[in-house]
Design a protein around this ligand. Structure first.
Ligand code: FAD
Length: 419
């Protein structure tokens, strides 16, 4: 029989952007966070963690340091008993119930995949820190394989990198990783003059559809200048360990396909038995209270959040919205709930070293100014002074020294005491 425990303060499920921000904003009012990780991932810096510009540990923030007034339970919510107002939690070695007075659901989203033959077996994801580390190791392994390849076709396959999904995550990851490969090739004299093939595929008619057209056009031109092969209005049809077949009829020889084509609400949403929309997002009222529920609230990527400032469409799944929702919710939990309202101040993205785009308060910046504003904005938003400092040190080191190209894929697979 699983035990029943009483958590401190508001019970927050998920320690991502939304959950950690709610707990932090609640301050001494107190909260208990249930999260499978003891850190919050600052996802906008994930592409730089993948390329090695930033040390992976520096793009995550320890929850205990970020939310000093909150309790942390390292585990997952696995069941909900609404009548008894309790959540069942599975930790590494225990299963127990946590009761709640106020429940906040922020279980986020997962990659939205499609039933494309071979995708689940051979595609690489780009959603969390493990994905970023694996992608970096995978790309460096491709360079070693290309260096050892005995035939032209084999070399071409190893040096072809396909990204499916031309939103922020896909474009930024491609740009950062192509910088990594360009820098790493200094150490591979045999490959220095070999052509690389970077391919960006999207079903939509243009890349970065979320940003103003002029900036999107600049981003496309900048990628083309770097010889990225952009295939819009194109879909992936089949993937094997050696090839990617596209809807334009071409079959690319490749060992690398990164899937960044959108997100869907976490499957954990299903355990709560709450009202959801056609996309599976939890439906909330303007105060962020779940529709028809007195004591349950939801926000972030797992929820459909109406915004008074944009009455025609709910919030998109971004950090800046999750953060503003969290601020509103913390106030609402402290008393006198008011509707959530947030007008987006702008959007920013990097396009590799020294290049970026920023749309801030109607001002369109591109190239170096866009890159500088993007970095400055993210540095400002990253919680904790010590994290900011570590990131600045990483960026400074990257300015003056060559990129590190060690491949540490074996780190996750220790040999232990085996021979
Ligand atoms: C590669 C990438 C780049 C991005 N770049 C940007 C950007 O530049 N700008 C921007 O605004 N947005 C960006 N985003 C989007 C942004 O990361 C999300 O909108 C934001 O993280 C949403 O916050 P969240 O708390 O809802 O979800 P998440 O941050 O995903 O957190 C959800 C948390 O819930 C936990 N969880 C899941 N199931 C359970 C369970 N059963 N029990 C307990 N906990 C659970 C997860 O482990 C996770 O920690 C990016 C996303 C990605 C993937």
């Amino acid at each position: 029989m699983a035990g029943v425990r009483e958590p401190r303060g508001v019970l927050v499920l998920g320690g991502g952007f939304a959950g950690a921000s709610v707990a932090r904003e609640l301050g001494s009012r107190g909260a208990t966070i249930v999260s499978p990780e003891n850190y919050m991932l600052y996802t906008p810096m994930l592409p730089e963690a993948a390329s090695g510009t930033l040390e992976p540990r520096h793009v995550v923030v320890p929850l205990r340091a970020m939310c000093p007034h909150a309790d942390l339970v390292l585990g997952r919510a696995v069941a909900h008993d609404e009548a008894e107002r309790r959540i069942q939690v599975r930790t590494e070695d225990e299963l127990f119930w946590l009761t709640y007075d106020q429940l906040v659901v922020t279980v986020g989203a997962v990659s939205r995949t499609l039933p494309i033959p071979g995708l689940a077996e051979h595609g690489l994801g780009f959603k969390d820190l493990a994905d970023a580390i694996e992608l970096r190791n995978h790309v460096l392994r491709r360079l070693e394989a290309a260096n050892a390849a005995g035939t032209e076709a084999h070399r071409r396959r190893e040096l072809t990198f396909v990204f499916v999904g031309a939103g922020y995550a896909g474009v930024e990851a491609l740009a950062e990783l192509s910088d990594l490969v360009r820098d790493a090739l200094r150490y591979y004299p045999r490959l220095r003059h070999e052509p690389q093939h970077w391919v960006l595929v999207d079903a939509a008619p243009k890349i970065l559809p979320e940003i103003p057209t002029r900036l999107g056009e600049y981003a496309a031109k900048e990628l083309e200048r770097r010889e990225v092969d952009i295939r819009v209005s194109t879909t992936l049809e089949e993937l094997t360990g050696q090839t990617a077949r596209l809807s334009d009829g071409e079959t690319l020889l490749t060992h690398t396909l990164v899937w960044t084509a959108g997100v869907r609400p976490s499957p954990a949403v299903e355990i709560f038995d709450l009202p959801t929309d056609e996309r599976g997002r939890i439906v909330v009222e303007p105060t962020l209270r779940v529709e028809g529920r007195e004591r349950i609230w939801a926000l972030g990527d797992c929820a459909r959040v109406p915004n008074e400032a944009t009455p025609d469409h709910p919030d998109p799944p971004t950090c800046q919205h999750a953060l503003r929702q969290a601020r509103r919710l913390a106030k609402n939990l402290k008393g006198d709930p008011k509707p959530y309202r947030y007008r987006m101040l702008g959007q920013v993205a990097t396009l590799g070293r020294g290049k970026g785009i920023a749309d801030v308060l109607g001002l369109h910046l591109r190239g170096f100014p866009g890159w500088w504003v993007t970095r400055t904005y993210h540095l400002y938003q990253l919680p904790l002074f010590t994290r900011k400092l570590r990131v600045v040190v990483d960026w400074t080191v990257a300015l003056f020294f060559r990129r590190d190209i060690v491949e540490l894929g074996m780190l996750g697979r220790p040999k232990g005491l085996r021979d």
